[in-house]
Design a protein around this ligand. Structure first.
Ligand SMILES: Cc1cc2nc3c(=O)[nH]c(=O)nc-3n(C[C@H](O)[C@H](O)[C@H](O)COP(=O)(O)O)c2cc1C
Length: 204
């Protein structure tokens, strides 16, 4: 259990040479990145439960907890998910041992629309990704999937919106990726903070 709550104190080697924060932050935030090279190693049910547990402790408007996670981890379940992930993602995502559809409930218990459902579910996915990093796992969100096909194949009701498919697994050998993807298999950067943070009023 202790490794689930351990504090990350070191930047990963590939992060050290590619990412720099302007202000100090725990290395955990930079160590999370979205690789495409997945190893064959399976994810234990214990670790899978831990990342989902972390996700569902996210804050949400009125504590409505609109997030829903549909998990594929058996060959049969993965085979169904592979039918709706876009071709350009399947090139690498077919190797991921776990895929998770992140959905959210658009209506509250009383039937009113929940305007915060997407915001809240994004927060939950962020927690999932950070907890995965703490466990030595990697994650990669994909918006590139056929939502209608997913809805049909997974029997998803209309009141749920489908946001992303998340690949979860362990970092693998990038030489097994197609060349164009090998070149992109590095942590990327961020805009300067001054382009996204404004004081008092928005100035750009
Ligand atoms: C909602 C969402 C959809 C995304 N869709 C895709 C996708 O379809 N294919 C892909 O390769 N990456 C996808 N990404 C990954 C982003 O490109 C990546 O998170 C971004 O470049 C930042 O890099 P980092 O996650 O390594 O920090 C998606 C990320 C998010 C959050």
């Amino acid at each position: 259990m202790s490794n689930h709550i351990s504090v990350v104190t070191e930047f990963a080697p590939e992060v050290q040479s590619n990412r720099k924060s302007e202000f100090p932050v725990n290395p955990l935030f930079l160590n999370r990145w979205s690789p495409r090279a997945y190893s064959e190693r399976k994810v234990s049910d214990e670790d899978l439960n831990t990342i989902l547990e972390a996700a569902h402790w996210a804050p949400s408007a009125s504590n409505d907890q609109p997030w829903r996670f549909i998990v594929a981890k058996t060959q049969e379940q993965l085979g169904i998910f592979h039918q709706f992930v876009n071709e350009f993602n399947m090139v690498w995502a077919s190797k991921a041992p776990v895929l998770i559809v992140v959905a959210s409930k658009k209506v509250r218990g009383n039937g009113d629309p929940n305007v915060a459902h997407a915001f809240d579910s994004g927060t939950a996915w962020g927690s999932l990704a950070l907890q995965a990093t703490l466990l030595g796992l990697v994650t990669h969100a994909m918006g590139g999937f056929d939502r209608e096909k997913a809805r049909q194949l997974l029997n998803v009701p209309d009141e749920l919106e489908l946001h992303a498919v998340i690949a979860v697994g362990y970092l693998g050998d990038k030489s097994k990726l197609p060349e164009a993807l090998q070149a992109r298999e590095l942590p990327n950067g961020r805009l300067p903070l001054s382009e996204v943070v404004f004081e008092g009023t928005i100035t750009k």
